[in-house]
Design a protein. Structure first.
Length: 91
C-alpha cells in the first residue's frame, strides 16, 4: 500500500502495473485516494472495478475523459446500483 502511494507521488507511470500485480495486498481505499490526489484516473478506475465499486468507477470515467475506456465503461455500467449515476453517465 505504501509503495503504491509513493509511486503515485514520484513515479506515476508504474502505478497501474503495481496495482495489477499487488491488488490483493493493497488497501484499496488509501491507494484510490492517493491516485485521485495525484490525478491518476485510470489506476483509480481499475482499483474501483477490481474492488467491485462500479458506481465510483463509472462516476470517475464520466467526470474525467482521460480515464474513459469504452469496454470498461460498458462492463461497469451494467453493474451500477445507483440509477441516477447510470442515467447521468448515459446522457
Amino acid at each position: 500500500t505504501e509503495l503504491a502511494i509513493l509511486y503515485t507521488k514520484h513515479v506515476p507511470e508504474k502505478v497501474m502495473e503495481h496495482c495489477k500485480v499487488f491488488f490483493s495486498k493493497l488497501n484499496v481505499s488509501k491507494v484510490v485516494r492517493s491516485c485521485e490526489r495525484a490525478r491518476l484516473w485510470s489506476p483509480a478506475v481499475y482499483l474501483y472495478m477490481a474492488d467491485k465499486q462500479f458506481d465510483n468507477s463509472v462516476k470517475v470515467m464520466t467526470e474525467h475523459a482521460s480515464a474513459f475506456d469504452n469496454d470498461l465503461f460498458l462492463d461497469s455500467i451494467m453493474k451500477v446500483r445507483n440509477g441516477e449515476i447510470m442515467y447521468k453517465a448515459v446522457n
